[in-house]
Design a binder for this molecule. Structure first.
Ligand SMILES: [Zn+2]
Length: 89
């Protein structure tokens, strides 16, 4: 593993309870203007509280996430399902 990817592993990121407790796949990734990362599943999140976890928890569940780590600030990526390719917007 390259050092840059190793450094990501202990980074704290936001995710949703569906991913953490129900093993829902991550379908939406947002790298916000404050350099925070948010990883959400495809379900509704209104009123839900974001949970803070280490990035490696996300990465261990889905290694395809690593290809998004160069996402610029303020950009997001999404995909229709676990099997689809990531689309950056
Ligand atoms: Zn969710």
């Amino acid at each position: 593993m390259i050092p840059q990817i190793l450094a990501y592993q202990d980074m704290m990121v936001f995710t949703c309870e569906h991913f953490l407790y129900d093993q829902e796949p991550i379908l939406w990734v947002f790298h916000n203007e404050d350099d925070q990362w948010i990883f959400l599943c495809g379900l509704e999140h209104e009123g839900g509280e974001a949970l803070l976890v280490k990035f490696k928890l996300i990465n261990n569940a889905d290694s395809s996430i690593l290809q998004l780590m160069e996402l610029p600030l303020g950009q997001q990526a999404h995909r229709a399902s676990f099997r689809d390719e990531w689309v950056i917007s």
